[in-house]
Write a protein that binds this ligand. Structure first.
Ligand SMILES: [Zn+2]
Length: 98
């Protein structure tokens, strides 16, 4: 099975940061927007998870993420599915031509 390079986040809780953004709290799972389940196979609906399509998986890793303030747990199966690489950023092409 091929793991996606990036994923959004589904979590058991939510809070609003000082800038007014809804952020995940509690246990976080990796989730691909447009699907109904997390990478580890939980049903978003049945597990009553909240979806954060604007938050990237890498940003909720407690060791390195900037949006992990309220994250208490990271799903290990989702982390394994994502390859456990925390510091790898998606490569972006910068094209200086007009
Ligand atoms: Zn999970």
């Amino acid at each position: 099975m091929k793991a996606p390079k990036t994923a959004a986040v589904a979590a058991t809780g939510a809070w609003t940061d000082p800038d007014g953004y809804r952020m995940p709290s509690g246990e976080v799972h990796a989730w691909t927007p447009g699907t109904n389940q997390t990478l580890c196979g939980l049903s978003i609906h049945r597990s009553e998870l909240r979806r954060f399509s604007h938050v990237e998986w890498v940003d909720v890793q407690p060791a390195t993420g900037r949006d992990a303030d309220q994250v208490s747990d990271v799903c290990r199966r989702c982390a394994a599915a994502m390859g456990g690489r925390r510091d790898e950023r998606p490569w972006k092409r910068t094209d200086p031509r007009p």
